[in-house]
Write a protein that binds this ligand. Sequence first.
Ligand SMILES: *Cc1c(COP(=O)(O)O)cnc(C)c1O
Length: 358
Amino acid sequence: MSKFFTQRLSSLEAYVPGEQPKDMQYVKLNTNESPFPPSPSVSAAVMEEAGRLMLYSDPESARLTAKLAEYYGVSASEVIMTNGSDEVLNFAFMAFSDEDHPIAFPEITYGFYPVFAKLNRIPYTQIPLRDDFTVNYRDYVGIFKNIVIANPNAPTGLSLSSSEIEEIVASNPDNVVIIDEAYVDFGGESAIPLVRKYKNLLVTGTFSKSRSLAGARLGFGIASPDIIRDLNTIKYSTNPYNVNRMTAAAGYQALVDSEYYTNNCKIVVQNREYTKDALRLRGFKVLDSKANFLFAQSPLISGEELYLKLKARGVLIRHFNTPKIANYNRITVGTREQMDILLSRIDEILKEKKDENS
Ligand SMILES: *Cc1c(COP(=O)(O)O)cnc(C)c1O
């Protein structure tokens, strides 16, 4: 830290993204990216837009916003487009929470929430999960705090029903409830249909997972026009051109090609169920994920050892060195071929383990 770094932020612990090692070609199952490339016409749209890069992007992303609004059956005034959904989440923390308006979220969830809270000096409450890792929605009913819940949750993949979400939203009318739907396209129930009914609901989404655009950085928020206006106040006070031209073109074309992505999601869901069954056959405890990853633990090997041994064999998964989940790993669901490589490496590792112990 330099002597210039502000005291206010000196204890900030930054978010640690999943590793992106360059030493060799891994089967990469650690950051929940799509195993499928963007649709071919997305690449073409990006190439075409590249010729206009001397011009600033449209700060309203009007064409993209209209297309997304149409896709979700809302109006453009209920939509904000952002640089990844991390940006809309940060905007929402900045806009709606402060010392007097604390925020609550599950104890085990997306690691960025406590970082956003600390960055913006917002007091936060981490509400424990049940022993089975489910979110007990009753813990959030009428709590007089702002709330952020990832649904499906990360890194568990477990989800709440939209009636449970509705009860949380309805019972906290004077607070903003943010539902982070980064993984909803893999089998969760979206809360977007509730936005018209509840003025305190903000639903966030991303093109990073189900739409194969993690590297483009595109996310969005859907809420009442008043909430969207507040988020735009933050946006225009920090980064008016937050969505660049190539990303806006990619996102628009991805919405045009929705069928391609819906189909990819179906394949990922099939591969998830296949891998879940295969891991359970091998003795793993695997949570019932509605996302594009599995959260799994073996009784035969610690989470860290499995992670390290798979990495040595060219397969990357995500291990969290965090109390309560240190024996679990989060495994991104990829292609069937990738899953078969994972399973055969696991078989080798478990066999080696058994030989050691006998
Ligand atoms: C991946 C992820 C996001 C956001 O990702 P972006 O790439 O910034 O859109 C948000 N929330 C959760 C829970 C995620 O896993």
